[in-house]
Design a binder for this molecule. Structure first.
Ligand code: DC
Length: 233
């Protein structure tokens, strides 16, 4: 049926080509970012997977997580390769990573690795290269402030620690983990503290970011508000 053309989204005629989406853990960045990318026919890149991949590699190679120089060298020697429109195929060295990126050891240690300036320098460079082609929604903690300060649209998603802990609890229970709300709330607050109080590229909204509270809006409402901003630009 040659007349049947299925569009993956509605490509923009105008200027917006790079969207930076930041926010704390479980603020809804991934689900919003993916939907936004789908609606705009953009690529989607979750930069958290890059920090997770280096953490996984360091654990596998026995690199000390306290040794910043070795971690920086490791990241430098093993550029991360991403493929698929949602960058869901993640390669580091000869390893293709999937569920490993979310395993408990990586989960526990990734904040330590991601606070190291020498690691960040390498990964930020890779992220900027990936954004060069445009038509991308890039998700992380420092995209609007550090990685892509000239992004066409910047969004910061927030929600209370309780609302985010409820979301994480549901995900973890769905994965079969035996956790309770207080434990997840404690971990969420601890993660916020590490991400927001590190010296290099702390989590914070860019001055020109549109800030949306995902505890008060549905995912659809969040996506619609971002699209309205995109079409205003
Ligand atoms: O979003 P996430 O949970 O997959 O992120 C994993 C870790 O990487 C977390 O400690 C925050 C950090 N991170 C970061 O420092 N900068 C980014 N651009 C993305 C993630």
């Amino acid at each position: 049926m040659p007349w049947l053309i299925v569009l993956r989204g509605t490509p923009l005629s105008g200027k917006v080509s790079v969207i930076a989406l930041d926010g704390p853990v479980a603020s809804g960045k991934s689900v919003v970012g993916r939907e936004l990318a789908r609606r705009l026919a953009f690529r989607y890149l979750d930069t958290g997977v890059m920090y997770r991949a280096i953490t996984w590699l360091a654990l596998r190679c026995g690199t000390s997580l306290a040794d910043e120089e070795s971690l920086g060298n490791l990241a430098n020697r093993h550029p991360i390769r991403l493929s698929g429109t949602e960058s869901n195929q993640v390669w580091v060295g000869e390893h293709q990573l999937g569920p490993e990126l979310r395993d408990a050891r990586v989960e526990r240690q990734v904040s330590l690795v991601s606070r190291m300036p020498q690691v960040r320098r390498v990964l930020v460079q890779q992220q900027r290269t990936l954004a060069k082609e445009g038509n991308i929604v890039m998700v992380g903690r420092d995209i609007g402030t550090v990685v892509l300060p000239n992004a066409d649209v910047k969004v910061y998603l927030s929600a209370s620690p309780e609302a985010r802990a409820h979301r994480r609890l549901k995900d973890l229970v769905d994965q079969g983990q035996d956790v309770d709300f207080q434990q997840v709330l404690g971990e969420t607050i601890q993660r916020d503290d590490m991400d927001s109080n590190r010296a290099d590229s702390p989590l914070r909204p860019a001055e020109d970011a549109l800030t949306l509270d995902t505890g008060e809006l549905t995912i659809d409402q969040v996506v619609e508000q971002i699209l309205a901003q995109v079409h205003r630009c």
